[in-house]
Design a protein around this ligand. Structure first.
Ligand SMILES: Nc1ncnc2c1ncn2[C@@H]1O[C@H](COP(=O)(O)OP(=O)(O)OP(=O)(O)O)[C@@H](O)[C@H]1O
Length: 226
């Protein structure tokens, strides 16, 4: 992955001000952004996804300009084709696991995939994450780990340009967290899909950090490779 981020954003919330001023280049396939709560990790990830517009700067991925304030470029999120996973998994509650994953494949073509329909790319990821027996279940009946698998399957089924994960394992207990890390790491190695993962857990950096950058107070504090 060739990712270049050089962005600035000023945010004001009541009497609190926050200034994001982050610049880095990364050639590693898997990048982990570490940092304490409130250091600007989510804002940086949202800027890459196209869910937050910086005041200034640029973002390039794989030679494609996603954002360039000086040239007036700001690709909408859907055109960036990122697999973005929030902390709370964000599965659609009225759709089964299969429909949720198919929604990822189909995007705008199948806004509401029929329960019967089996899209090959959805089935592939349902199988890869061991969800076949739960394919007709609804999200509220799943455990945290199962929901996480379903959300990852949906994100990967869309064949994203990159997978952007915001604290993906924070809600899981320690043994499950270790299993999910190993599982995702193995599956990603097969796809070649680049990963940007944000976390405050050094174990995530150890598992996924071909490169590890640390944020503090909205700025890059350290950078390193593993
Ligand atoms: N829409 C907003 N308006 C004003 N301030 C915001 C907004 N979004 C985030 N902030 C502030 O920006 C700072 C960085 O937020 P961010 O969500 O990027 O932190 P984080 O490093 O991801 O933290 P956490 O690990 O707790 O998720 C915080 O102080 C937050 O209050």
């Amino acid at each position: 992955m060739q990712l270049e981020v050089d962005i600035r954003k000023r945010l004001v919330q009541g009497t609190c001000r926050f200034e994001l001023d982050v610049a880095f280049r990364c050639d590693a396939q898997r990048l982990v952004l570490l940092g304490p709560s409130g250091s600007g990790k989510s804002l940086t990830l949202k800027a890459i996804a196209g869910l937050m517009t910086p005041d200034a700067g640029l973002i390039r991925l794989g030679g494609r300009t996603l954002f360039d304030a000086a040239r007036g470029v700001a690709l909408p999120a859907r055109e960036r084709r990122m697999g973005y996973l929030f902390q709370d998994y964000a599965l659609m509650p009225h759709l089964t696991v299969r429909q949720n994953v198919a929604f990822g494949v189909a995007g705008s073509r199948w806004f509401n995939p029929a329960r019967r329909v089996r899209a090959p790319e959805a089935e592939r990821w349902i199988d890869a994450f061991g969800l076949a027996a739960l394919a007709d279940a609804y999200p509220h009946t799943l455990s945290g780990g199962q929901r996480q698998r379903a959300a990852l399957a949906r994100a990967l089924a869309a064949k994203p340009e990159a997978l952007l994960l915001d604290e993906p394992f924070a809600a899981l207990d320690a043994p499950l967290r270790a299993r999910m890390r190993a599982e995702l790491s193995g599956l990603l190695a097969h796809t070649g899909i680049p990963l940007v993962l944000i976390s405050h857990d050094p174990d995530d950096a150890a598992a996924f950090g071909d490169a590890v950058f640390t944020l503090a107070d909205g700025r890059l504090a350290t950078r390193g490779a593993t």
